[in-house]
Design a protein around this ligand. Structure first.
Ligand code: NAP
Length: 340
């Protein structure tokens, strides 16, 4: 086990949590495994040699024991509508940074709003959506903006070759849908708008070698929370390749990602920002949206713990980090380029 600072991973035995534990070790941290199922935690600890500290989210004392002596906590247990509040509260009590991988729009917005004052007053960081959805798009949009401080529109187009979601993703989607009462959500006119109509289908001109693809427009992802939280942009639109959107809606939550032996999806994230008729673009490529979340979130933890965060408070990735420098550090997991 590493000798570096201890970092707690809540939801450590989940699909994403396991990638995060492995990446923390690779980066020299000492992961401490937490989550609600003591037996699954014990098994994960035995497999990794890490310490297991079980805690349910409705047991603050157990959460305090789980975080004792750690330098930061990464929350990988979704639905985050249930877990983000209690784990972030425990992080504030412990005086340590809280980072999560939530892709739930309303839960991310809640986390940013609920902890804004206390995180700032404590001089600590509460960082939701530090993951493929929410975090990467925000970093790319921020990098593409360059010296612009405002833009008219940000578009984030996800070119996924497929999408075999985990049980956690399917459950998080169900919670979000229920919260929206059957409506869909988009970010327009500077705010989240809830609508009853169908989202548009259109063609998105992904850069080669992917080329033009049919996408679902207003397939709204966490970037609509992270980007406008720190950039003055009234329109943030996200798009998803139609075949990946179809796979998500027909997903069987009982079959975990990778269980069918199919290779993980490849991705191309194409971000376009427009201001006064001018356009800038940033593109990222890689594979496995769950695995790639680990280098994203561990890079964030490392930067926060080594004084490379630009601010404190409840913030998103683009506000917290030097975006181009952060993106460069993700190689070889993610390749990116800005296209002025
Ligand atoms: N933003 C992104 O790009 C991104 C990337 C990766 C993952 N995610 C999100 O992260 C979450 C986890 O994904 P995953 O792939 O790891 O799914 P997973 O393999 O199904 O794991 C889910 C984990 O959350 C735990 N959990 C669920 N509800 C809990 C609760 N109420 N209290 C304590 N623990 C709870 C589960 O524990 P039990 O088994 O005991 O229920 C399990 O450890 C999902 O919401 C997913 O959408 C987002």
């Amino acid at each position: 086990m590493g000798t570096g600072p201890m970092v707690a991973v809540y939801g450590a035995y989940g699909h994403t949590g396991r990638f995060v534990v492995e990446r923390l070790r690779e980066r020299g941290f000492t992961p401490v495994l937490s989550g609600r199922d003591a037996d699954r935690l014990k098994a994960a600890a035995a497999a990794t040699g890490a310490e297991a500290r079980p805690a349910a989210v409705d047991d603050p004392a157990a959460l305090d024991r789980a975080l004792a002596g750690t330098a930061a906590v990464v929350n990988c247990a979704g639905p985050f509508a249930t877990t983000a509040g209690p784990v972030a509260e425990a992080a504030l009590r412990a005086g340590i940074p809280y980072v999560d991988v939530a892709a739930e729009i309303e839960a991310n917005a809640d986390t940013l709003a609920r902890f804004a004052d206390r995180a700032r007053a404590a001089g600590t960081v509460v960082l939701p959506a530090m993951a493929f959805f929410g975090g990467l798009g925000d970093l790319l949009a921020t990098a593409a903006m360059g010296d612009w401080t405002a833009a008219d529109e940000v578009h984030v187009a996800y070119g996924l070759s497929g999408w075999h979601p985990t049980a956690g993703t399917v459950a998080a989607g169900a919670v979000s849908r229920e919260r929206r009462g059957g409506r869909r959500v988009r970010f327009a006119n500077g705010r989240l708008e809830y609508r009853h109509d169908d989202p548009p289908t259109l063609e998105w001109p992904f850069p080669e070698p992917m080329g033009p693809r049919t996408v679902i427009g207003e397939f709204t992802m966490a970037d609509v929370v992270t980007v406008p939280h720190h950039l003055a942009v009234p329109e943030v639109r996200t798009y998803m390749t139609a075949e990946a959107a179809r796979e998500l809606s027909g997903a069987d939550a009982s079959a975990p990602a990778g269980a069918d032996g199919r290779p993980a999806e490849t991705f191309l994230v194409d971000v376009v920002v427009r201001s006064g008729g001018r356009e800038r673009r940033a593109v990222a490529r890689g594979r496995d949206i769950y695995a790639v979340t680990a280098p994203l979130v561990v890079e964030a933890v490392d930067r926060v713990l080594t004084g490379r965060a630009r601010t404190s408070g409840a913030v998103s990735a683009g506000a917290l980090f030097d975006a181009p420098d952060f993106l460069r550090a993700l190689s070889p997991h993610i390749a990116w380029e800005a296209r002025p």
